[in-house]
Design a protein around this ligand. Structure first.
Ligand code: SAM
Length: 227
């Protein structure tokens, strides 16, 4: 899978790409991530990529001509056709909310492109004419699309074979088919008792059938705390 990320701040990803599960996924060849800087392709003087909002107001808006030029330079195709070749998602608080089902869809194909906004966001024509859709990481606003892009890449990378220490970790986790789309049961580790707080006896019993039954009982529906 190849994920292309257009950004004004590629340096934000430095730390992210040093993390073990990301490097594992990339080294295994399962994941390729390209960072592409809008500024490297802008036709405007002084590397300009944004401008003041039409109609007035605070902040700066990413320009349609700058984003179009970046897409055309990278994909060698008219910017309004790129989405016919591969999905192009604009990251935006108003986008489709990311959840496990959306990730399933994103993970199904060969890859996609993410457009990170900054400042006041994108000129609307970018969404209308270049994007296949918009993705949101939740109903709040962060300063740029870089963190949302990392959320998308992280959540997909951990599902790829070899990314985690054990492939089982991603198989049996909250929202997985193996847990019926529900939330994972509570986990405990040593010590068995700390300040009088005990690990449930059944988990120390070695009785696998009872442990499984306990875990099943404590697997919760999304939106509910485990009982
Ligand atoms: C400061 S935000 C712009 C917010 C915009 N003016 C608004 O009120 O909706 C700048 C950029 O951060 C990204 N962003 C912020 N919050 C996001 C979210 N919840 N999900 C996805 N992207 C987000 C988007 O790329 C957005 O263009």
């Amino acid at each position: 899978m190849r994920i292309d990320i257009f950004t004004l701040f590629p340096q934000w990803f430095g730390w992210f790409f040093e993390q073990r599960h990301i490097t594992n996924a990339m080294q295994s060849g399962e994941l390729t991530v390209r960072l592409l800087n809008y500024r490297d392709h802008t036709p405007l003087r002084h590397n300009q990529v944004d401008d003041t909002p039409c109609g007035g107001g605070a902040g700066m808006v990413l320009r349609v001509d700058a984003v179009c030029a970046a897409l055309e330079a990278v994909y060698d195709a008219p910017c309004d056709r790129v989405r016919n070749r591969r999905p192009v998602y604009l990251l935006s608080p108003r986008g489709r909310r990311l959840d496990s089902g959306v990730l399933d869809e994103l993970g199904d194909g060969d890859g996609f492109t993410l457009l990170c906004g900054r400042y006041e966001g994108f000129d609307e024509r970018i969404s209308e004419h270049m994007a296949s859709g918009e993705l949101s990481i939740g109903d709040y606003v962060v300063s740029g699309g870089e963190l949302p892009a990392m959320v998308v890449v992280d959540a997909l990378a951990r599902r790829l074979p070899g990314a985690l220490g054990s492939d089982e970790s991603a198989l049996y986790e909250s929202f997985s088919d193996e847990l019926g789309g529900e939330l994972e049961y509570p986990q405990y580790t040593k010590p068995a008792e700390f300040r009088g707080w005990r690990v449930p006896d059944v988990l120390l019993s070695g009785n696998h059938a009872e442990i499984e039954a306990w875990r099943k009982r404590h697997t919760g529906a999304p939106g509910e705390a485990g009982d």
